[in-house]
Write a protein that binds this ligand. Structure first.
Ligand SMILES: Nc1ncnc2c1ncn2[C@@H]1O[C@H](COP(=O)(O)OP(=O)(O)O)[C@@H](O)[C@H]1O
Ligand SMILES: [Mg+2]
Length: 231
């Protein structure tokens, strides 16, 4: 298993209260798998992704990548090289072109500008964006095009583990379907592990496994329509 959650809990501690956002979650994610996490707003989906992304550490339990607990890792390296996150709001750099957005993580890894651009162009082509879009800025692209640039940037990080928090949340149905097709292709043809949070049952249905979050509890679920069984 590429990724394991072993009795993971997370409690936000604020001035007035503690919020047990995640309670005792255990799950495993295989290389090349496409996973959907579904559940109501506030059920703990983003908290779960943040723990997997190494943006925070569990209050108890372990998140293990390739057998190593995030709590024992160099988290900066983990976040830079091993895991990448795609957001509903795209999070592209507004003052960089599409190509420069994708080249950025490559330059962070030490590639010279020309080499970074050449590799970035390959990643952009792999998400089916035409070359005349390379020089556009994010606000000159449609939502679906922006999200594909974000996926290309995720690929440029070289991470095998791709997390996506409502990646189609700001897209119309057709552009959303394209984005999900690309993510499914990355899992099935390129052996990435893709974990995506979604409200959309049609999208969840395409996953190899659906995980349901309910009030901080992670329940395995076979069907996006059925309530989770207790077995
Ligand atoms: N930074 C925070 N501080 C305190 N509580 C938080 C924080 N972030 C999220 N929560 C709470 O944790 C619970 C789970 O939130 P979240 O993981 O964002 O759910 P989802 O992504 O499923 O909507 C909610 O009750 C939310 O209010
Ligand atoms: Mg959320």
């Amino acid at each position: 298993m590429l990724l394991e959650l072993d009795h993971v809990a997370y409690t936000y501690t604020t001035r007035n209260q503690n919020v047990a956002a995640l309670k005792d979650a255990t799950a495993s994610f295989a290389a090349g798998g496409l996973y959907a996490i579904v559940g109501k707003s506030g059920s703990g989906k983003s908290t779960l992704l943040s723990l997997i992304a190494g943006l925070m550490l569990p209050t108890s339990g372990e998140v293990r990548y390739d057998g190593a607990a995030t709590a024992a890792m160099d988290l900066n390296r983990y976040r830079r090289d091993l895991v990448t996150v795609i957001y509903q709001s795209f999070n592209l750099f507004p003052l960089l072109t599409a190509l420069e957005n994708v080249a950025y993580p490559l330059e962070l890894k030490g590639l010279k500008a020309a080499a970074a651009r050449a590799e970035a162009a390959r990643h952009i082509a792999s998400v089916d964006l035409a070359e005349d879009l390379h020089r556009r800025f994010p606000d000159q692209l449609s939502g679906g095009e922006r999200q594909r640039v974000a996926i290309a940037r995720a690929l440029a990080t070289g991470s095998r583990l791709i997390l996506a928090d409502e990646p189609t949340g700001n897209l119309d149905e057709a552009s959303g379907a394209v984005v999900v097709d690309i993510l499914a292709h990355l899992a099935r043809q390129q052996h990435h592990t893709v974990i995506l949070v979604t409200h959309d049952k049609d999208i969840a249905r395409q996953a190899d496994e659906i995980l349901l979050m309910r009030d901080g509890v992670l329940v395995r679920n076979d069907s996006p329509d059925a309530p989770a069984s207790s077995g």
